[in-house]
Design a protein around this ligand. Structure first.
Ligand code: UGA
Length: 430
């Protein structure tokens, strides 16, 4: 496994747990040292224990020694980052190409290279071309995109809905089927297609899920104005099996390291093929605009932002991860601070470097310290520990205002408790 980020480390550890011998390679020496002493560099529930178990059994090895690792391996998975380029929607594939060149340098033998990183349509072709230039015809390239979610990654690996393998040569399907057989036996659908097909399935899946979320978020705006409960709409729509109920939860906006990056990456692929992916474009725009929707609402709730104490509960893009990438809090908090509010936040994964340099923004050690004396509490991330807070005990003196971006509480219950409660796409009960 080349790269020990979310995809490489989780997949590598889980492959080892299925009985394979796995070598995880990373150029970052401190990461490898950490892993060799049993510490995971990422926060993912259950991963530490699984790493320790498989490391102790000798099935899981961590190293910086690229050459040795490559020459010993039959299947080589590329799991490096594919960020967006700074000034465009294009995907930066430099880490992928670098990994491919390193592989070519490290062995003269026949190997199968599998891209697990999310890569745009045609990347496999480009790697093949690059290897041909290096006069390496015995390195095969296939695509096997990953569909695991942060925070649920181990479960998603063990019980995938589908395993997608893309290759232009049928012989590879048999080899990969053998590797995944334990998961296929548990019911995973083993789906084979062309290499380009597999590359596009990954982008199409993420963009479709992002579209579903954005669709329900826009309807939530409408529900608020029309005095309708968005949750009824999600349930009513979702029980049509053609639509499906998952990813129809209205919320702050989608964030994370994948949906924002991959929707833009898909638009860029469309542009390259001179195809206008107008739906995906408007999804990106609508999602970007949500920060404004929420900050306007906060302004309305508080009358003005100046001098107001606002307490955020959770700042990561979703629970069970310490990942801050493209979290809506990264846009909301600086805006509120810049406009005169004093923001405090508590997150179960600790203080965030992203907020350290922002004036008027402070980390608090627990829920109570964070919320006491706040003019408004913003429930930003749906960690379990935020789901049954006794708000009445936190702030006895004034009528507490709460803005719940994840619809964690029942509106009637909050109204009975005489709390000034606002949520997303649900009617306000006074
Ligand atoms: C996503 C996909 O779900 C995975 O299948 C994929 O493998 C992964 O990207 C990737 O490409 O690596 P992830 O970014 O970890 O996984 O997180 P999700 O659980 O999909 O959530 C993404 C965002 O959508 C979060 O901000 C979440 O809060 C939001 N969301 C999700 C909603 O607002 N409403 C929903 O109903 C579901």
């Amino acid at each position: 496994m080349i790269g020990t980020g979310y995809v490489g480390l989780v997949s590598g550890t889980c492959f080892a747990d299925l009985g394979n011998k796995v070598i995880c390679i990373d150029k970052d020496k401190s990461k490898i040292e950490k892993l060799n002493s049993g510490i995971s560099p990422i926060y993912e529930p259950g991963l530490d224990e699984l790493i320790k178990k498989n490391f102790a059994s000798g099935r899981l090895i961590f190293t910086n020694d690229f050459k040795k690792a490559i020459s010993k391996s039959e299947l080589i998975f590329i799991c490096v980052g594919t960020p967006n380029k700074q000034k465009s929607n294009d995907v930066d594939l430099s880490f992928v190409f670098k990994a491919a060149k390193e592989i070519a340098k490290s062995t003269k033998n026949k190997k199968i290279i599998i891209t697990k990183s999310t890569v745009p349509v045609g990347t496999g072709d480009r790697i093949e071309k690059l290897l041909k230039k290096l006069k390496r015809k015995n390195l095969d390239i296939i695509s096997n995109p990953e569909f695991l979610r942060e925070g649920e990654a181990i479960r998603d690996f063990r019980f995938p809905d589908r395993i997608v393998i893309g290759s232009n040569e049928k012989k590879h399907f048999k080899i990969l089927k053998k590797l995944y057989q334990p998961l296929i036996n548990k019911g995973a659908n083993f789906f084979t297609t062309s290499r380009r097909g597999a590359e596009l399935i990954k982008y199409a899946s993420n963009a479709f899920l992002a579209t579903k979320i954005t669709f329900i978020n826009e309807l939530a705006n409408l529900c608020e104005k029309a005095n309708i409960n968005i949750e009824d709409i999600s349930l009513g729509m979702g029980s049509d099996s053609r639509i499906g109920s998952r990813f129809l939860r209205a919320g702050p906006a989608y964030g994370g390291s994948c949906f924002p990056k991959d929707t833009k990456g898909l638009v860029s692929t469309g542009d390259k093929f001179k195809i206008n992916l107008s739906i995906v474009k408007s999804v990106i725009k609508s999602n970007d605009n949500r920060k404004k929707v929420h900050t306007e609402k906060i302004k309305k709730i508080l009358g003005s932002l100046k001098g107001k104490k606002i307490a955020f509960l959770g700042v990561t893009f979703k629970p069970n991860t310490d990942d801050m990438r493209d979290s809506v809090s990264l846009k909301m908090i600086p805006y509120l601070c810049k406009n005169g509010s004093k923001v405090t936040y508590y997150d179960p994964t600790g203080e965030k470097k992203e907020f350290k340099k922002i004036d008027n923004c402070k980390f608090k050690k627990n829920i109570k310290e964070n919320c006491i004396n706040a003019d408004l509490i913003v429930l930003h991330t749906e960690w379990d520990e935020f789901k049954s807070i006794d708000f009445k005990r936190i702030n006895k003196n004034k009528k507490l205002k709460i803005f719940d971006l994840r619809n964690l509480y029942s509106i009637s219950e909050m109204s009975n408790k005489k709390l000034d409660y606002y949520s997303v796409g649900r009617p306000k009960i006074n």
